[in-house]
Write a protein that binds this ligand. Sequence first.
Ligand SMILES: O=C(O)c1ccc(O)c(O)c1
Length: 250
Amino acid sequence: MTEPGSNRTPETGAFFQRDRQWHPPAFTPGYKSSVLRSPQKALVAFDNTLSELAGPVFGHALVGELDNDLIHNFARPGESAIGERIIVHGRVLDERGKGVSGMLLEFWQANAGGRYRHKKDGYLAPLDPNFGGCGRTITGEDGGYAFRTVRPGPYPWPNGPNDWRPAHIHFSVFGHGFAQRLITQMYFEGDPLIWRCPIVGGISNKAAIEALIAALDMQSAIPMDALAYKFDIVLRGRRSTLFENRPERN
Ligand SMILES: O=C(O)c1ccc(O)c(O)c1
């Protein structure tokens, strides 16, 4: 999409393809489920049509008052989720570093013991009756967002003989059209499991991995209540946050 002889991107309103040199490949044998999920044939890129450019778009009215508070949004009245209370916050930025407002951010995660509220999750850790594990919010004027949750636990998964996922939160960013979608995962500063994870291992660029790790942010911690972690998400462009899980097909 770059004009010949310049590095300016023309303002066509079209959505850009991901840079596949920067994002990890869909086929990553160390991440076992990527083998069957990844496309077997070369991808075909289509030009944007009216459906990509003009909608459909989610309805802002869908977001409820407690949707950005996973500590309370599934809890019985007067109760709250078990675990280390945290605030996750940051900004959604475009490739030029400008905040992007009005994006629907959805997040989902395991509970403090590393168990998802999902019928297929049979991990030994107990469910927390006061924790559902999903939430959402819409970015503000400057692209900022924040939500409250508990730090998810790491968990073992049947990939290799002793593979563990680092503590992580899944994110979906839904923009102003179907083609403007990013699905990624956030990790926590200092977690030794990050560098042993086969999903993370599919990313060859260390700086790209580091961009998925949220920094402990004591400035935003709430004394006697919650620690804070800062995670910025960059859309498209060279510094874009990586697609993880990536075996999607376009
Ligand atoms: O794609 C998978 O198989 C897979 C397994 C475990 C995870 O935590 C995950 O995010 C993805």
